[in-house]
Write a protein that binds this ligand. Structure first.
Ligand SMILES: Nc1nc2c(ncn2[C@@H]2O[C@H](COP(=O)(O)OP(=O)(O)OP(=O)(O)O)[C@@H](O)[C@H]2O)c(=O)[nH]1
Ligand SMILES: [Mg+2]
Length: 274
């Protein structure tokens, strides 16, 4: 516990790499986690603010450098600056270069000795709204070839409400009434997804440590707590779990100190904070 308190007083940031192809729902998740609808502020490695237009007007001949540069950029939201995000945008089907960029970043940040610079978790967004292309070869390749070491990967199946919609229509065609179909749709969508798609990822050499199905259209609030729990469960040490829990809650040092004085177990503190 002492170690956790020291860690928190010394380190302020919980660092996450968010991966996924364009339009996968990455920003939506980050905004939900930080409780905002604002755009993130972007900083380069020197800590200088980067304005979106400088990225947008980058000439096409520096595009290959752009990927490398982008992943190193830190994204922070004013509503919760304790979270630092890196975005591996452009992770598209068939783009080996993007996979290698992500891999190099993960390797170097996983080996980083300073906790503040270390990468703590990877959230890999896989949109489920285009059935045929649900999991692309490039995405599978990541789980086949990318050993992320101690950094846990949490697979986030986004836009799951679209699978619920398909299941609803199937149930209606089978003769169920509106409310029966509505109630039964998530269960059917989950089951079909597990049979047809999930195992393709889980059977790879480096499968995600946890997975979460996200229906953010229904409620952004429904993302925050489950994602925190999955991420916390996937982390290796109590110290990192506590770092995540305290980053999620501002001004909790006092609260931790109170708990520590009362000798409450770390696991309970984490459960209460998340
Ligand atoms: N139906 C539904 N739509 C979603 C969900 N999550 C995100 N969207 C929508 O999908 C679109 C893309 O979401 P973003 O969060 O901007 O995706 P992104 O991965 O950040 O996209 P890029 O930054 O362009 O790569 C937006 O119109 C969101 O409103 C979801 O769970 N369900
Ligand atoms: Mg985005």
């Amino acid at each position: 516990m002492e170690e956790a308190i020291q860690l928190r007083s010394k380190y302020q940031h919980f660092r996450v790499l968010i991966m996924g192809k364009a339009n996968a729902g990455k920003t939506t998740i980050l905004q939900a986690v930080c409780g905002t609808s604002e755009a993130p502020q972007v900083y380069n490695q020197q800590g200088r603010r980067v304005w979106p237009k400088t990225t947008l007007i980058a000439p096409s001949n520096v595009r290959s450098q752009r990927g490398i540069h982008d992943i190193e950029h830190e994204l922070r939201f004013r509503s919760n600056p304790g979270f630092v995000f890196h975005d591996s945008r452009g992770f598209e089907a068939g783009s080996k270069e993007e996979l290698e960029t992500a891999r190099a970043f993960i390797n170097s940040r996983a080996a980083e000795r300073s906790v503040d610079k270390q990468l703590h978790a990877i959230w890999f967004c896989l949109p489920t709204d285009h059935d045929a292309r649900m999991i692309t070869a490039a995405e599978l390749d990541f789980f086949k070839r990318c050993d992320t070491g101690k950094v846990p990967v949490i697979a986030l199946f986004t836009k799951f409400d679209s699978l619920d919609g398909q299941a609803y229509h199937e149930l209606r065609r089978e003769g169920f009434g509106h409310s029966e179909a509505q109630n039964g749709a998530p269960r059917r969508a989950n089951k079909q997804f597990e049979c047809v798609h999930l195992h393709r990822i889980l059977e790879q050499r480096y499968p995600p440590k946890k997975e979460l199905r996200i229906r953010s259209k229904l409620s952004p609030q429904s993302i925050k707590a489950p994602l925190a729990h999955k991420t916390s469960d996937a982390l290796d040490t109590d110290a990192l779990k506590l770092l995540l829990a305290t980053v999620q809650n501002n001004n909790v040092e006092l609260c931790i100190a109170n708990f520590v004085n009362r000798q409450v177990p770390t696991s309970l503190i984490i459960a209460l904070l998340l």
